[in-house]
Design a protein around this ligand. Sequence first.
Ligand code: PSU
Ligand code: MN
Length: 301
Amino acid sequence: MVEILFTVSEEVRAAIAGGRAVVALESTLLAHGLPWPENLEVGRAAEAAVRAEGAVPATVAVLRGALTIGVDGAALERIARGEFVKAGQADLAPAVATGRDAATTVSATAFAAARAGIALFATGGIGGVHRGDTGDVSSDLATLAREPVTVVSAGAKAVLDLPRTVEMLETLGVLVLGYGTSEFPAFYTRSSGIPLEHRVDDPAGAAAVILARRALGDRGGVLIVNPIPAEDALDTGEIREAISAALASAARGGIGGKALTPHLLASVARATGGKSLAANRALVLNNCRIAARIAVALAGV
Ligand code: PSU
Ligand code: MN
């Protein structure tokens, strides 16, 4: 029963068994973070970016109750078109028990990757501590603290409270590694002004830290923060205004819970005339490339 409900594609299974490089990819950013049809194009381009670096992509989703590691092209299109609910780690069991379709967030995907033995996972930006005093903190943070997976992201989404998100990561014992930076990146822009203690500058450096953490017996996760490429970054002033407008519209509409992050991303896209979507696409693909290179470096040792 459990075997049937936890499905690993043939290609991914063979790559894991052969010790080859695999990169997990999430599906919530497609189902709830980007509009149709750009989301399908980004999903395909993300898989292609991983392959171009010599690793095997494994997009994760719950398909009719089966937690699937390595969805096929038809399923990718269903995720992008479909009415998939958004599932964090805790939502997986209900989705499986009721045979539903669900898109996996960073927390659900990191959990699934760890179960399958996949060490690297690429996304856009992790969830974190929302602004204000609602107490809304993404389960991404707690899952990262528990699961032995390395997530490559462009920081946390800029709509969040970044200083508090970084503090929370520290409290939870998540190692945050700057990739070619000594600052926590701000998703659409390269810098947040929040200093980082640890950095690496190439895939081999990242692999060495991941291996040292394993050798020490530390089973927690690692967050590698990889700034958006300079040529794709948005103007700091413009994005600040777009985020303020998005937060105000969420407050007016009484939007909270799971709907909040998708609402904020969609209003930022409207306010920037779609520029934030182009930036989101660019940073996701950049993270896929770096995650794949690190996975290849890890597989080579
Ligand atoms: N990265 C993106 N866009 C997204 C997300 C990440 O570029 O939409 C998703 C991830 O799935 C992340 C989720 O786990 O947003 C966080 O949602 P929440 O704040 O509700 O936990
Ligand atoms: Mn939340």
